[in-house]
Design a protein around this ligand. Structure first.
Ligand code: ARG
Length: 474
């Protein structure tokens, strides 16, 4: 038997392997709610434009509600023979709405339908992700506020560089996630044009009202070019780019959690709720969640590269290759969701060992720059010369195996006679961080001000997001 939806000119049924490679129902069923929402908007427009009768439209709308209820109740039988979510829904609709069902597909095609459904799905997912990223930022801001003045080593090249505060370090991630959310909002804004009514590729001869369907579905406007409408997957690529960058940020943070929780660093401790044991080494507390957040970023980047590769050689307009846009994106968004939740959990859970951080901050001559700056400020030396002098002093301290502040003044004066006891005031790590008051610097009062600024902003953002419709179930 040929396909009931498109089999008019076909005598034979498809080969089993064609059915296997062709069917997308196993994954595109995930946007059934968006598919039905799109169909309801379409049929309401068809009726308003006089393209279908009011009675037929009513029967279709009612039938679509019944299909929706059936899917949500878990009693719907999805069929691979019917290929995808669009034809599964339409075929079932015929059983509820009778002959009227056959009029739903007037002036549209699966090409504009799938583009519309997928956009609606991605838009819902972006809104939900925005909320969870905001939650992660809040957790970081709270931790950062508590530890705005906790001194820890700052690193470059993973070598002790200059003391910073733990709060300052956490706030760096608030900025990063803030940019991710910016990219998310930006992608959402550009996505928000409705492809429905572009039909297969050329538009339609029916007097449809594309602005009406666009508005009904919460889009800002209809897309302006019918070919582009069905050929475009930029919205999926932009979403995946944002997701890959964000997953990369979470992965960097995860790497730091892994390092910080080693006995060698000992900067933080994760509680039993976020640590796993080893089946052979009883002493171990492994940060598996952090390792997996680091590891899973690979899948998200993989999905981006996968779709970029699928799209790059496709002639306009639609090609079936584009059906490959879905699984990677679903997986990437699910993965990112889980990673955001795990990271938020770890931030809330972690307890810093403030003494260990402070000890480490003082090691490795991390206040050498402060001494060089003192020579510039008080003695009036050019910075390059001060750098050289300080380097020699660090060399002597290192030979004697003492920290800078314990090197006797006369040893310093042998290198530079203009150094006075006053210089010792800048060599402590607390003094060092307190002095970094330049905008964006690590001084605790800067950190507190930045945390307060973000707290206000997050509150505003949350209120704005809550005003938006809740995401559709998946
Ligand atoms: N399942 C298809 C997809 O995901 C829907 C569009 C099919 N269009 C077509 N002309 N066969 O891309």
């Amino acid at each position: 038997m040929s396909n009931a939806m498109w089999g008019g000119r076909f005598a034979d049924a498809p080969d089993a392997v064609l059915e296997a490679i062709n069917a997308s129902i196993d994954f595109d069923r995930r946007f059934y709610a968006q598919d039905i929402r799109g169909s309801k908007a379409h049929v309401a427009m068809l009726a308003a434009a006089g393209i279908v009768s009011k009675d037929d439209a009513d029967a279709i709308e009612k039938g679509l509600d019944e299909v929706l209820a059936e899917i949500e109740a878990g009693t719907f039988t999805f069929s691979r023979t019917l290929e995808d979510i669009h034809m599964n829904v339409e075929s079932r609709l015929a059983q509820y709405a009778g002959d009227a069902a056959g009029r739903l597909h007037t002036a549209r095609s699966r090409n504009d339908q799938v583009a519309t459904d997928f956009k609606l799905f991605v838009r819902d997912a972006l809104d939900a992700l925005n909320v969870s990223l905001l939650g992660l930022q809040s957790a970081l801001v709270e931790k950062a506020t508590t530890h705005a003045g906790a001194v820890m080593p700052g690193f470059t090249h993973l070598q002790s560089a200059q003391p910073v505060t733990f709060g300052h370090h956490l706030m760096a991630y608030v900025e990063m996630i803030g940019r991710d959310r910016g990219r998310l909002v930006d992608a959402r804004r550009r996505l928000n044009e409705c492809p429905l009514g572009a039909a297969a590729l050329a538009g339609t001869s029916f007097p449809i009202d594309r602005t009406m369907t666009a508005k009904a579905l919460g889009f800002d406007r209809p897309t302006a070019n019918s070919l582009d409408s069905v050929a475009d997957r930029d919205f999926a690529l932009e979403t995946l780019s944002m997701a890959a960058i964000c997953a990369g940020h979470l992965s960097r943070f995860a790497e730091e959690i892994v390092l910080w929780s080693t006995p060698q660093f000992g900067f933080i401790r994760l509680s039993d709720r976020f640590s796993t044991g080893s089946s052979i080494m009883p002493q171990k507390r492994n940060p598996d969640a952090a390792e997996l957040v680091r590891g899973k970023s690979g899948r998200v980047t993989g999905a981006l590269v996968g779709l970029l590769t699928v799209m790059k050689g496709l002639p306009l307009a639609y090609s079936k290759d584009m059906q490959e846009d879905k699984e990677g994106l679903f997986d990437a968004l699910d993965t990112l969701d889980l990673c955001v939740a795990a990271t938020t959990g770890m931030v809330e859970d972690m307890t810093p060992d403030l003494a260990a951080m402070r000890r480490a901050a003082g090691a490795g001559y991390a206040t050498a720059t402060d001494l060089a700056d003192w020579l510039v400020r008080v003695v009036g030396m050019p910075f390059r010369e001060a750098h050289h002098v300080t380097g020699r002093i660090v060399g002597i301290a290192s030979e004697r195996k003492v920290p800078l502040e314990r090197l006797p003044l006369d040893a310093m004066q042998e290198v530079e006679p203009r150094i006075t006891a006053q210089a010792f005031e800048v060599l402590g790590v607390t003094k060092s961080v307190r002095s970094r008051t330049s905008y964006g610097g690590t001084a605790p009062r800067n950190v507190r001000a930045q945390a307060a600024r973000w707290r206000r902003r997050l509150k505003r953002d949350r209120a704005a997001l809550e005003g938006r419709a809740a995401p559709a179930p998946v």
